[in-house]
Design a protein around this ligand. Structure first.
Ligand code: COA
Length: 382
């Protein structure tokens, strides 16, 4: 309750790459990609960093730059009023500083506390849930502090910037046709504001399903060339899940010799069992959507716009069929951008606002899934 989206924006890199251009790199075709995924082209960050893209999306959401949606278009948000930045990414420019800290500095937000969140492609849903819960808790603490005549015991948080930014195409093996046709780069951002007494987030649902078969993984690209303390790490227990299918490729490190009997060589690239992810995603989307509806006491027909993770149009169609609603209720933006992981839902949300699909008072559902395996949904009243 009380947590409102007051601004939304997205940013894309300049370079457009069509399916036909990909067909000149790997053995694929426009027909195969469109019929299996719905993707026609994607943007690739060549000159832009993840920070550049995140800054552009955030400035649009804040109203500091044209091209975003704002509930009060007349006034830009004062940078000093942003108390929190949560950035969702798996392809940030640096590990330290966090991507959120880089955005804070680049945007000139003096008061914000900043941290990153990795929930892979479900990042937007997780990030929105975490940020909105922090604002709600802060409001409760401020009310209690005022009632008891004492200072708040936690950071007062009233406005949050939630940003997804990805240069995912740096994690793609451009010789692997099964994955390279799916992904793209971009950023999406929203400004959340706590408004006491107004409806806002109605319900949320988050789930992590153990990826016991290692259906989706990206290894850490550690450089081990100066590491003097021994050979490949023996992964154990749950940690070995990603190795079950992909051997040492998923969790080994750059410069490290392959484990004995291993497939050889570390991979910093996305490795994926497409059909298994497809099956998980289709069911997980429907499960998360039903859960938030039940928790909010709403029916699917009460929801004006559903904004799903933009991985594959067939997955979205499957979810629509399971939920018993037409595809026209979903914001489908993937044809021109592909799967932009933790940016995708906020980018599509910006499209929905800019197209006038969301009016004040409408119920809106965000729903996502990703590696981990993560899934979740968030229902809010605009
Ligand atoms: N172009 C042409 N052929 C391709 C291809 C490409 N880009 N990629 C794979 N193929 C081939 C395969 O090699 C296979 O050939 P074979 O039958 O001779 O072995 C055939 O197409 C079918 O492959 P398959 O993987 O079964 O296809 P699919 O219908 O399941 O579609 C995906 C593949 C990846 C599009 C689909 O599984 C998918 O979208 N999965 C979800 C992925 C996802 O969303 N990941 C991100 C999660 S956040």
């Amino acid at each position: 309750m009380g947590c409102k989206i007051i601004g939304c924006g997205k940013a894309l890199p300049e370079r457009r790459v069509t399916n036909d251009e990909l067909a000149s790199l790997v053995d694929t075709s426009d027909e195969w990609i469109v019929s299996r995924t719905g993707i026609r082209e994607r943007r690739i960050a060549v000159g832009e960093t993840a920070t550049d893209l995140g800054v552009m999306a955030a400035r649009r959401a804040l109203g500091a730059e044209e091209g975003g949606w704002r509930s009060d278009a007349a006034e830009a948000v004062d940078p000093a009023s942003i108390d929190l930045i949560v950035c969702m990414t798996i392809s940030g420019d640096t590990v330290v500083p966090s991507q959120a800290a880089m955005l804070k500095a680049a945007l000139g937000l003096p008061s914000a506390v900043a941290f990153d969140l990795n929930a892979a492609c479900a990042g937007c849903v997780y990030g929105m849930d975490v940020a909105s819960q922090m604002l709600e808790l802060s409001a409760a603490e401020q009310r209690a502090a005022a009632a008891e005549g004492r200072p708040p015991r936690r950071n007062p948080l009233r406005r949050a910037l939630v940003v997804g930014t990805e240069r995912l195409t740096r994690l793609v093996d451009w010789t692997d046709r099964a994955t390279c046709v799916l992904f793209g780069d971009g950023a999406g951002a929203v400004v959340l504001e706590w408004r006491e007494g107004e409806p806002g987030v109605l319900s949320s649902f988050l789930r992590n399903t153990d990826d016991l078969d290692g259906v989706l993984a990206v290894g850490n690209a550690f450089d081990m060339t100066t590491f003097p303390f021994g050979g490949p790490v023996e992964a154990a227990g749950a940690h070995s899940a990603a190795m079950a299918r992909f051997g040492d490729r998923a969790v080994a490190t750059l410069g490290e010799a392959p484990a004995e009997g291993g497939e050889g060589g570390a991979s910093p690239f996305i490795v994926m069992d497409g059909p298994a992810v497809f099956k998980f995603a289709s069911n997980a989307m429907a499960e998360a959507a039903c859960a938030v509806l039940e928790r909010a006491g709403l029916a699917i027909d009460d929801v004006k716009c559903i904004v799903p993770h933009q991985a594959n149009e067939r997955i979205i169609k499957y979810a629509a069929k399971k939920l018993g609603v037409g595809l026209d209720r979903f914001q489908v933006s993937l044809a021109s951008v592909g799967n932009t992981s933790a940016s995708s839902v906020l980018m599509a949300l910006a499209d929905a606002y800019l197209a006038g699909r969301i009016e004040p008072g409408d119920a809106v559902m965000l729903v996502g899934f990703g590696g981990g395996l993560t899934s979740g949904a968030l229902l809010y009243r605009a």
